[in-house]
Design a protein around this ligand. Structure first.
Ligand code: AMP
Length: 430
């Protein structure tokens, strides 16, 4: 099995990860670290929880310590841009932990707090700067910071960054970083906007993709319910009122859809709230707090907003809309059956969503069992799906019996240790 030493990391860094109790590199680490140590650009398709922070932090620390020079005042040598204050703090903590034995300085800057202490830190000179875009630009414009010395630039959670409306800020910041640099972009999903951004930022990047394993999916009880678009809300309210639903996350494709579904549920007597990128950080945290404490049993979310949700005891994941990207299905349903709890994933599929269902079934390499026994079953939609299957447009194992019962094991841990990575040289353009 590969060790951190095999990846080419220096002894100081190997000792630091050893002290953290890491025995083997995670797939994203094994895929990314050797290429990054060679100075390549990287496109990392991975979400939080995969070990991606160490995947970029360790090579950055190694590179900076080998260059053997000090940071000039107000001129960081490595810049990590991340969308939220929480992530910025987490990343900075990793640099602190892994870099304990190295003579490098780091700082973290974000908005919502006084800028005085941040300005003082920058003036002393920092090697690694972790920042959210707004405050970074503010300090640059005031002359407290310049990016002309940055030789490594990392854009973390790029999809979330764009979802939160930071694209212009990101472009302004990139324009201030020298063109001759090493660039890394991490994103859990790759919508077109992120691909375009990746293409504009990087040259010939190595691509490392980490997907949760099919085995995780197999442990969750999944069902698909064919239904017309108009009937979805009735089916949803009915399901949520049934016994046995503890905590449920309902996924919609759009932010507007999330609001609408939450409102409809409230009107139908099911208290619910929505979280998505258009809501303020406070509103999101309030909804999440209520969900976590059990005040609120139903949360309606978009894929990206749901990323930060780490709540145990989710009994049901309901796909009100099927995701366009099949990988998102795997991420969504992985929210249930965590930490030994039982969980169900129910997916609504209307006429227009049949192709999405087929793409999902191909990705997870199995057919999702069909629930015909609900009051809003749409024969026409089921027929379209069956006809496509028969025409060979979906080549997966089919069984209408519910799959194996939900796992009793701890999925949170197993998902990391089992996840697999794909590394390719194809670059962001493919
Ligand atoms: P991240 O995806 O960077 O947020 O990391 C998720 C968690 O995994 C963090 O708590 C890390 O400390 C932990 N972690 C990162 N790399 C490893 C590893 N190789 N072995 C075990 N745990 C790790």
């Amino acid at each position: 099995m590969t060790s951190f030493t095999d990846l080419g990391l220096a002894a100081d860094l190997c000792r630091a990860v050893d002290a953290e109790g890491y025995v083997t590199p995670t797939p994203i680490q094994a895929g990314a670290i050797p290429a990054l140590l060679l100075g390549r650009d990287l496109l990392g398709i991975a979400q939080t929880g995969t070990g991606k922070t160490a995947a970029f932090a360790l090579p950055v620390l190694q590179r900076l310590s080998q260059e053997n020079r000090r940071a000039m005042p107000r001129s960081p040598r490595a810049l990590i841009l991340t969308p939220t204050r929480e992530l910025a703090l987490q990343i900075a903590e990793c640099f602190q932990t892994y870099g304990r034995q190295l003579n490098l300085r780091h700082a973290v800057i974000f908005g919502g707090v006084g800028q005085g202490p941040q300005v003082t830190l920058l003036a002393r000179g920092v090697d690694v700067l972790v920042a959210t875009p707004g405050r970074l630009l503010d300090l640059m414009q005031q002359g407290h910071l310049r990016l002309s010395d940055v030789s490594v630039f990392i854009l973390d959670e790029a999809d979330r960054m764009l979802d939160m409306g930071f694209v212009r800020d990101v472009r302004k910041i990139v324009a201030a970083v020298p063109a001759k640099r090493q660039t890394m972009l991490f994103s859990a999903t790759m919508p077109q906007e992120v691909t375009a951004l990746a293409n504009s930022l990087m040259s010939d990047p190595v691509r490392v993709e980490v997907t949760p394993p099919a085995t995780t999916v197999e442990r969750i009880e999944q069902r698909v319910m064919f239904v017309t678009r108009d009937d979805k809300r009735h089916l949803l309210a009915n399901l949520l009122k049934a016994e046995g639903v503890g905590r449920a996350i309902v996924f919609t494709r759009t932010k507007h859809g999330a609001n609408r579904v939450a409102e409809q549920l409230c009107k139908m007597g099911v208290p619910a709230d929505a979280i998505h990128g258009n809501k303020s950080q406070n509103a999101r945290q309030r909804a999440l707090g209520d969900f976590r404490s059990g005040v609120l049993r139903t949360l309606v979310a978009t894929d990206i907003a749901a990323r930060g949700i780490d709540v145990d005891g989710i009994t049901h994941v309901i796909n009100f809309d099927l995701p366009v990207e099949p990988e998102a299905y795997v991420h969504r349903i992985g929210r249930t059956a965590r930490a030994g709890a039982a969980g169900q994933a129910l997916s609504f599929c209307d006429h227009d969503e049949v192709p999405y269902l087929q793409a999902i079934e191909k990705t997870i390499r199995r057919a999702v069992p069909v629930d015909h026994d609900h009051a809003w079953h749409a024969h026409g939609v089921a027929g379209r799906h069956a006809a496509n299957q028969a025409a060979g447009r979906g080549s997966v194992r089919r069984s209408d019996r519910p799959s194996s019962s939900p796992s009793r094991s701890n999925n949170r841990n197993s998902s990391r240790s089992h996840s697999s990575s794909r590394v390719s040289e194809a670059g962001a353009r493919t």
